[in-house]
Design a protein around this ligand. Sequence first.
Ligand code: NAI
Ligand code: MG
Length: 491
Amino acid sequence: MATKNNTLKLKFDSARKYAPAPESKAAAKIDAKYDLFINGKFEKPLSKKYFATTNPANEEKLADVAEANAADVDKAVKAARNAYEKTWKKMPAKERAKYIYRIARVMQERARELAVIETLDGGKPIRESRDFDVPTAANHFFYYAGWADKLAYAFPNRNAHPLGVAGQIIPWNFPLLMAAWKIAPALATGNTVVLKPAETTPLTALKLAQIIQEADLPPGVVNIITGAGATGAAIVNHPDINKIAFTGSTDVGKIIQKAIAGTAKKATLELGGKAANIIFEDAPIDQAVEGVINGIFFNQGHVCCAGSRLYVQESVFKEVYRKLKDRLATLIVGDPLDKNTDIGAINSKQQLDTIHKYLKIGLKEGAEMYEAPCELPKKGFYCRPTIFTNVAQSSRIAQEEIFGPVLTIQTFRTDDEVLEKANNTPYGLSAGVWTDKGSKIFNMTTRLRAGVVWANTFNQFDPTSPFGGYKESGYGREGGLHGLNAYVNLV
Ligand code: NAI
Ligand code: MG
């Protein structure tokens, strides 16, 4: 055991030996104060209220942003309605496409600035915002720009009509990417938008508002307003909204479902998850271990499709567990702006408290906890990557969404047993299967109740593939051809 700890310590020390490689903040121009983006202009809130957004890596304030009240929401919806009736729905589709392309191109030009701001405001490692969030967000605009004048091919023999004004409410885990997922298909199909980013991560959406201004999008086609839950609720309850697109917690998803019941509003809801990642004994173990690490510790576990439950076939459990622990010891937790950082800051004090609450619950339920042996920065919100073994299927840490860098591991013997366990949660967003056998992959993917199943990989995204869940993970699909469907009436 002593030798084992020494090996871990050595690995940890060597990981820490990388010299700091911080990305420069110079690219990030953040104003002291942001107003609401309504009808193509930044306007002071009627509420006269502002709130602060901070950097979770050091708890320093970044900017004040406006807090929209119901009157501000009404103003934004009126602007969107006016733009819809007078401009956007009448515009030839190929003209609409040009604007969407332009937004994509300006996003690419300003990619570095967007990545730095995403990391400052939300705490995710710069490597992720730079290599994943920002390019994938731009790709969504490119992809849906392409569809705008080809809807007749997307829906053969049908006429696709826009729905009208879309109210879009997004979370803090992929702020710019979620804005792109929601805005791009809405515009391509001729709808106008009122979007609200999450209260802890509003800055890249406000930068996107500036990009939209630069791209000369007709005023009112996209309105971006900031605020917390009450602002979101005012969007949901506004009578002149035709569609709600929401990504966030299952609890708020349920509130939204109740609020729109009996109205003509359409909705897509993308809610929580508790994905099973399944390793069979014939899997390429090293690759699988890397996939598991990527699946749950990627983005601090702030991912609705995170592979938070690992199921390992009994015969390879020891090997997998040892390799996972070895790999965990090399992960670098710390300054999100440092290019070496693997795990950045937890998005907020509130989220860190939630994660700590679950760690206590896990211990109380009798599971065994292993935390990576790394030091955490003194300021800011951080959490060590953590693994629980000896976990009961019914335990809360195996059933509830933790949304942090916390993995539970259970073992299994047969396909039927693991299917039963993997499907035994209220969620059904994603899953992963690791095996050398193609037939086993097909058997599992057809029987796992999850909207997305990855085989011998995890957390892969592409604008062309649809994404969404079953059960309490929500309904509707975003991305790909399916993502267009959510913004049209077919006649
Ligand atoms: P949340 O669901 O409260 O926040 C998501 C968005 O909804 C934010 O923009 C928020 O301002 C807005 N919102 C809050 N209350 C609303 C209401 N009544 N009506 C309309 N909009 C409302 O999520 P929160 O509290 O930040 O995180 C709690 C948990 O939710 C996390 O621990 C995690 O488990 C889960 N979550 C899941 C996400 C996903 O990607 N599926 C994203 C964020 C959180
Ligand atoms: Mg922030």
